[in-house]
Design a binder for this molecule. Structure first.
Ligand code: ADP
Ligand code: MG
Length: 377
């Protein structure tokens, strides 16, 4: 290898070391692709400054090769022969995910890292291979996995670990191995849902030996997930996860419940196409803050059906939903929200009182206080 086109012409620096030649020869003979990939990655890093053109060729190799194993058949349960993974070859989203700022930043970076993996490789870095999505049910963990698969144009393989765990543990290990091998053999994103089903604290009583083996298998796989690949795991119960499991993931993404702003965006999305809803959206956004996106979706869908069947305006059906939700809040919270509604929307005192269940007297008193404070009413 000469460096005629590189920044250095010192042939001693540019030649492969004897150690590297032996390493490459051993990979060639053994056919150990994972090791080969590691060596080529090191070479790419070494030649980055010594000879960028050579480094580029290494990077091109890495780009095409990390997932080059032969396609294997889709894995099935060892006993029932039923498919273990659900595969979405071109994931479609019913609606775009709504995120808070932190989640959005994490998701966009994750997508960017994979889209621009070449730039990372050229800097001696690799895109995040393993990510853990944490949050309560119905806040968009699965939706966001679909989103990233769509963004990267890759199929999504979904495995619900709680369903694998239902068969007895010896088989579970075999099943899990099949799924992991399958996912690694293809250029897909693997989504392991309900990770807590398997990765429970290892000091759990019960079938301790078997469970330990399973967790060990999983942790090793997470550690060794091939570069270029992406394994996403999700859990509703992050407190059940052994800290050793958390640490294994390169990125942890939090999916919080919607705040008022996100609840509003969700309402606007789920009610798109409906006219004349006006301030009832603001009322609902307050009422649904702190619930979940799937709750909001379910409620808006139900309201649409009810309004159609009862031939009442959707605005009124939604208003009665809001009334019910406000009734569940503490008097203090209810009053604070009502005062804020009065101040921030064009609704009359009567309407605000009707929707929130806060008396006009109370409203009048507190609105006066805010006015005296100089707060706009
Ligand atoms: N962040 C979100 N933005 C928009 N819609 C959401 C969001 N989270 C959940 N949904 C709605 O709720 C449904 C279920 O969400 P899902 O992603 O399965 O939640 P999780 O996996 O966190 O339990 C989604 O298909 C979507 O319609
Ligand atoms: Mg889910």
């Amino acid at each position: 290898m000469t460096g005629a086109h590189g920044p250095t012409d010192d042939p001693a620096q540019l030649s492969l070391s004897q150690h590297e030649i032996v390493q490459l020869a051993s990979v060639a003979v053994s056919g150990d692709g994972d090791r080969g990939t590691g060596i080529v990655r090191r070479l790419a890093r070494k030649y980055r400054t010594l000879d960028p053109l050579i480094a580029e060729q290494f990077i091109a190799l890495l780009r095409t090769s990390p997932m080059r194993k032969a396609e294997t058949a889709a894995p099935v349960d060892v006993e029932s022969r039923l498919p273990l993974v659900r595969e979405e070859s071109t994931p479609a989203l019913d609606n775009e995910p709504i995120w808070d700022d932190l989640t959005s930043e994490a998701m966009r970076q994750l997508a960017n890292e994979h889209r621009r993996a070449d730039e990372l490789l050229a800097a001696g870095l690799t895109a995040t291979r393993t990510a853990l999505f944490i949050g309560p049910p119905g806040v968009g963990k699965t939706l966001s996995a679909r989103w990233i698969a769509r963004e990267l144009g890759k199929p999504l393989a979904l495995l619900d670990l709680s369903s694998v765990m239902s068969s007895y543990l010896g088989k579970t290990g075999t099943n899990l191995r099949h799924v992991l091998d399958y996912a690694k053999s293809r250029d897909c994103i693997l989504f392991l849902d309900e990770l807590d089903a398997i990765a429970k604290r290892r000091d759990d009583v019960g079938e301790i030996g078997e469970l330990k083996r399973l967790v060990t298998v999983l942790l090793q796989e997470i550690d060794a997930w091939p570069s270029g690949g992406l394994l996403i795991a999700a859990t509703n119960h992050s407190n059940l996860l052994d800290p050793a499991v958390w640490r294994r993931f390169e990125m942890v993404v939090d999916f919080p419940r919607p705040q008022e702003r996100q609840a509003r965006a969700a309402l606007v999305g789920f009610l798109s196409g409906e006219e004349g809803l006006g301030p009832v959206i603001d009322v609902l956004a307050m009422a649904y803050a702190g619930t979940s996106y799937s709750d909001i979706e379910r409620s808006t869908a139900r309201a649409r059906r009810a309004s159609t069947l009862q031939r009442t305006p959707l605005e009124e059906t939604l208003a009665s939903d809001a009334r019910m939700r406000f009734a569940e809040l503490s008097p203090q919270t209810r009053r604070d929200l009502a005062v804020r509604l009065l101040a921030s929307t064009p609704m009359s005192q009567r309407r605000v009182a009707d929707l929130t269940g806060v008396s006009r007297d109370t409203l009048r008193k507190h609105a006066t206080v805010s006015r005296k404070d100089g707060t706009p009413s």
